[in-house]
Design a protein around this ligand. Structure first.
Ligand code: 13P
Ligand code: SF4
Length: 304
């Protein structure tokens, strides 16, 4: 293991590479990365890095986002099959059709979407800033929100805005059920329930806090509570323990695992640096339009 880490570190230095990892990655990937974060934090990091190579330990749309924001860098995804099923739930063609049915509406797309869908959108958002992004739009405008119906309805509840939803969802977050949360609450009545807005409404309604993964980390850092029930992908628990090791974190179900996030391993990171693969690129015309939507998102700071 330490040989593997040494080799990764050597190659990283010689290639002037930076390793970015999402909070759902395995503990060993998080510990090895130069920067761990939520989708927004990683996008910001990808946009400002001075490295020549970005190794993205996450899923395709994240690496694509990095390639759009840093077109002059080489972006590598250590497993090209690490996709996001939610991002695949809407195509650019389907979005164009929906826009045709709602002329004049503004389109906000969750960053968990393809570059083509971003290119068809006015604004991008992540779970950290979705509410702020929507609040920043003119009050009389209809808003199309794609692809996550759960994040979309959370935003609708928080803003009271006229939002058209698309029926996409995260297969991992919908594995967390209201019964899982209730059972965990019975066992640990003193625990604070923090859930991700990708969870379904029933789960959201029994949660104390609805937070992106980055917001969960800030929350436990600034909170005196000693126990948390965590309604999101289990990888975040590794990061939470590092942020606040004094507290206990309860995962309400064993099914809260994103199999795509877990495709990235240390061996694959090493191979990707050795062979400079899998390179993620986005066609210029698509990237140019998608970048507009992403830049508008980055300009709107989240309230962590
Ligand atoms: P955040 O880390 O931005 O909360 O995103 C959650 C997610 O599901 C990413 O795929
Ligand atoms: Fe996609 Fe859900 Fe996995 Fe995030 S956790 S990458 S939204 S499938």
């Amino acid at each position: 293991m330490s040989e593997l880490l040494d080799r990764i570190s050597e190659l990283k230095n010689s290639l002037n590479a930076v390793i970015l990892a999402h909070n759902y990655q395995t503990g060993e990937i998080q510990d090895m990365a130069d920067f761990c974060g939520d989708s927004l934090g990683l996008s910001v990091e990808a946009a400002k890095t001075e490295a020549d190579v970005i190794v993205f330990c996450g899923v395709q749309f994240m690496a694509e986002t990095a390639a759009i924001l840093s077109p002059d860098k080489t972006v590598l995804l250590p497993d090209r099959f690490a996709g996001c099923p939610m991002a695949d739930m809407i195509t650019a063609e389907q979005l164009r059709e929906l826009k045709g049915k709602h002329p004049g509406a503004l389109v906000v797309c969750y960053v968990n979407s393809s570059a083509e869908v971003k290119a068809e959108s006015d604004y991008c958002c992540t779970s950290s800033n979705a509410v702020e992004v929507v609040k920043s739009l003119p009050a009389d405008k209809e808003i199309i929100f794609v692809p996550d119906k759960n994040l979309g309805s959370f935003v609708k509840e928080r803003t009271g805005r006229n939002i058209v939803l698309w029926p996409g969802y995260c297969p991992t977050h919908i594995n967390i059920t209201v019964d899982d949360i209730k059972k965990a609450k019975e066992e640990y009545p003193d625990a604070i329930v923090m859930s991700h807005p990708e969870c379904n409404k029933q789960v959201r309604d029994v949660s104390d806090e609805l937070l992106s993964t980055g917001q969960m980390l800030s929350y436990v850092k600034n909170n005196a509570a000693k126990r948390y029930i965590v309604g999101t992908e289990e990888g975040i628990i590794h990061a939470l323990k590092k942020e606040n090791p004094e507290a206990e974190y309860i995962c309400p179900t064993e099914r809260a695992i994103c199999p795509n996030m877990k495709k990235i391993t240390l061996d694959k990171v090493l191979l990707s640096l050795e062979e400079m693969c899998e390179r993620i690129t986005v066609e210029f015309n698509v990237a140019e339009k998608a970048q507009r939507a992403l830049n508008r998102m980055i300009e709107i700071l989240p309230k962590n």
